[in-house]
Structures are given as C-alpha cells and as structure tokens.
Design a protein around this ligand. Structure first.
Ligand code: BGC
Length: 478
C-alpha cells in the first residue's frame, strides 16, 4: 500500500492523535538536523573569530558527533529506564541549555565542550524519536511514519541553512554565528512544550507494569475495540521476548545482518554526504563565491535534500530498497567524478563553476533518494526481534563514528591532496559501496519482519556471500 493511501485509509483503527504524536516526536529529528547543519554556515565566521586551523575547524564541527556517539550508545537503555517521554523532555532541555552555552562560549574550548554536550542530546534524539513513533503508531502506518524522522532531519538541516543565511553579518549587519547557534533553543522549546502534552509510550507502560495507564493512553490513540487486544499483544510479546545482548549479535546466523547494518552505516557516511552538509559554504567560498552567495547556494542544497527525501518516501514501497540504493550510489559516484574534475580543471569561471555546483546538487539528490532514508529504514527491518534494539544501537553508533571520522579528516585531507582528489577518493568509495549493496544487501520491500528473520535463519538472502556462496551457518536449535 502506498504511503498516501495508508495514511488516508478511512477504514482505520486509530485516531488522528497518532499523527500529532508522530509529528511532535519527529521534532527530535528536526533538532538532530539543525544541530549538525548549523555549523556549516556558522563555521565561516567562527574560524575568523577564533583564527582556527583546518584541524580545529574539523574539531569544532565534529565535537557534536563525539557526544552523539555517547547519546546513541546510551539512549536505548535510558529510554527503557526513564521512559520515552521523560527522556525526550530531558533531551529537549539539554538542546535548549546547550544552544545558549554554545552561543555564549568565550573561547573555542568552551564551544567544543558545549557542542559535545549538545551532541549527547542529538544522539539520544536519533534513538528516542523513532522509538516513540514506532511504539505509538499502528502497524498499517508505521513504515510511513517512521520516515518522518529522516524527513525532519532534512528539514532541520534546511532550517539551519536558512537561519545561517538570515543571521549572516553581511545580511543583517550585526548578527553572526552566536545567533545562528542560539537559534536551536527555539525548536528545543517547541519540542519540550509539545512533549509535555504527549502521552508515554503504551508499550513502555505495559513493560513497567502500568497497565491502567497504558489502557488510557491506548484509548486516546486507538478505536475502543482494539485497545484490550493490543494490551494483550504487548504483554505477550514482552513476556516471550527477553532482550538479547551484545554477544548474541556475533552468533553466526546474525552476523550477515550485522555486516549489512554496520556496512550501510559506514557507507552512508563514507560516501561523503556530510562533507557537503557541513562544508558546502567553506568549499564554495574557497572557489570564489562570497560568504553570502555560498550560504545561499547551500540553502538550495538543503531544499534539494528535503524534496528528494519526499520522493524517496513515495518510492520506497513501490520500487524497493535495493533499486533506490543502487541508483543512488551509482549516481553519487558519477557526480563525485564530475565534482572532482571541476576542482582539478584550472579556474572556476563560467561553465566549470556552474557544472561543479550542479554536480553538488545532483550528488545530494542521489543521496536523498537512497542512502539517507533507506539506511535508517533498513536497520529497523533486518534484525531479529530479540536483538533489534541492541543491533540498531550498534548500527547507529557505527554511523556516528563514521560521521566523526569524515568530519574530522575532510578539511585536513583537502589540505593534503586537494579538493579534486578528495572527491575522487569519496567517489572510489562509492564504487565499493555499490558493489557491497549489489552483493550483500537484501530486498526487504513487501516482506514482513518475520519473513526477513526466517530468511536470515536460512541464510538465503542476507547471508549470500560476495562470491555467491552462502556462508557457513549454524542454525540455532529450536
Ligand atoms: C545522516 C546524516 C546526514 C543526513 C543528511 C542522515 O540520514 O545520518 O549524517 O547529515 O542524513 O540528510
């Protein structure tokens, strides 16, 4: 069923309040996007204020990612202990305070420290937003609502670009990077106020024995006839489903899925998307665009990212995950090739400048219909239920870790080998990514999570080796 059909399905067993909850929970994604995107415009001015070397620019950019790794690694456990709602409120408070902290930083050390704190909230948001959405959404719209998080990430990035443009000193005269970073307090306040009115996840309430509270929450989001049935189901599942631990991830029959999840996490980052998300204005100003022109072009990149993510939402349940991933990484490879060539040719005037800018836009477009949303979707689909939470945590920590490596090394890499070769290196990586996806990543469209898990046990799809042979699999005795 297509996204729009399923969202508008009249014959449904839930109330519209489900959409309100999902929209508020997805504000976690908006803050995630804002915080990682805002540095791109702000960096142009921060580096002047503190006279930063390329390495220190990378550290300022990436410090948020160190925090995000900590947040993603602990978010699942914290959400189990304190509840999804309270954790979201705490995260919003950290976002709010952190925005003031960053804006008021007297030295670069303070700025880096506050960005790490803010990053913890970003990492937590990357876990708790999707959790709250998936635990309150009814099954028929769960997939579509799950995409909301990625859409909000891209909208958050776009918002950060627009704010950077509006607050650029060249535009408003007095304002600068401190105000850009401070602005994050606004969506943080909206998230806190919205979350205050949200109910707790019924699944968490049942798991912590608060059945009556769970019943009253479910009554507000489902039609009355399904409430008791759903409570029974949640109880049943949480009874049978003890949580698996890290060591289970290494069992031979799970390993292929682990490789796919962690592989896609690394690919999403090493394909270089955040070199553009963080550094587009820096790159553009280095080739002769003024500060304002660079930020304005970056706003265009943000718009392309949002629009193509919407296209991906519409396509993913029609054409499947694999075709999107293959077309996306193929297109990204070609665009990185052209981009690198643009930088290697002498002079950026006229047509070369436009072709380079155009290939940057198209590169982001290919990313947004593929690796952007499909990675987060697939890590929620390919793991067996028992270890899904832990395995998703591992994949997100790997994603933030890879993001950190790219963020830290990209500017020094440019210093070392130049922009042209740096983009070609990323292009070379995209070729490897294409081959990995072609040989290892299974199609999950239209298949129930149970079917995917059964396949994994048979090792027929996820487990196919690059040489086409199935790996040695010990089937668990059951
Ligand atoms: C990635 C981020 C990236 C964003 C760009 C997300 O899926 O995890 O690292 O900045 O997409 O849209």
């Amino acid at each position: 069923m297509g996204v729009v059909d399923s969202l508008l399905n009249a014959d449904r067993d839930h109330s519209d309040f489900v959409y309100t909850i999902a929209a508020i929970a997805a504000l976690n994604g908006l803050l995630f996007g804002f915080d990682i995107g805002v540095i791109s415009g702000a960096l142009l001015y921060i580096k002047q204020s503190f006279a930063l070397s390329p390495f220190l620019q990378g550290v300022v950019t990436s410090s948020v990612l160190v925090g995000a790794m900590i947040g993603a690694a602990t978010g699942g456990k914290l959400a189990d202990r304190f509840g999804r709602r309270r954790l979201t409120l705490a995260g919003a408070a950290v976002f709010f305070v952190g925005s003031f902290g960053m804006a008021l930083s007297p030295t670069v050390g303070w700025l880096i420290g506050w960005r790490i704190v803010e990053g913890v909230a970003v990492g937590v948001a990357s876990i708790v937003g999707p959790l709250l959405i998936s635990e309150t959404a009814p099954p028929d719209v769960r997939g579509s609502l799950g995409f909301l998080q990625q859409l909000m990430i891209t909208i958050g990035i776009l918002l950060s670009y627009v704010v950077s443009y509006a607050f650029a000193p060249e535009f408003l005269g007095i304002i600068g990077w401190r105000w850009m970073l401070w602005f994050g307090a606004v969506p943080a306040a909206v998230l806190a106020i919205g979350t205050y009115f949200l109910p707790e996840s019924p699944r968490w309430l049942v798991e912590t024995g608060r059945i009556e509270e769970a019943r009253s929450v479910l009554s507000s989001i489902r039609t009355n006839d399904v409430v008791d049935k759903e409570i029974d189901q949640i109880r049943e599942v949480s009874k049978t489903e003890e949580k698996g631990d890290l060591s289970e991830l290494l069992e031979p029959w799970v390993r292929p899925a682990l490789v796919v999840g962690v592989g896609l996490a690394i690919i999403q980052q090493f394909s270089g998307i955040n070199t553009i998300i963080y550094y587009a204005p820096t790159i553009l100003s280095s080739i002769g665009f003024g500060n304002l022109g660079s930020i304005l072009s970056t706003v265009g990149i943000g718009v392309v990212n949002v629009v193509l993510t919407v296209v991906a939402v519409l396509l993913v349940d029609r054409v499947g995950r694999r075709p999107l991933l293959l077309v996306g990484t193929g297109g990204m490879t070609v665009m990185l090739g052209i981009l690198g060539l643009g930088f290697l040719l002498p002079g950026f005037s006229g047509i070369v400048g436009y072709v380079t800018l155009g290939s940057m836009f198209l590169y982001v477009a290919f990313y947004a219909i593929s690796l952007g949303p499909v990675f987060w979707l697939m890590i929620s689909e390919i793991y067996p239920l028992r270890i899904r939470g832990t395995a998703e945590g591992v994949a997100s920590v790997a994603n933030w870790g890879a993001n950190l490596i790219v963020g830290l090394t990209f500017l020094p890499l440019i210093e070392l080998i130049g922009q042209g070769w740096s983009f070609w290196l990323l292009g070379g990586f995209c070729i490897l990514a294409f081959l990995f996806i072609y040989t290892r990543v299974p199609e999950t469209m239209g298949r129930s999570l149970e079917d995917i898990e059964a396949d994994l046990r048979e090792s027929s799809v996820v487990g196919a080796d690059t040489d086409g042979k199935a790996p040695d699999v010990e089937h668990p005795s059951e």
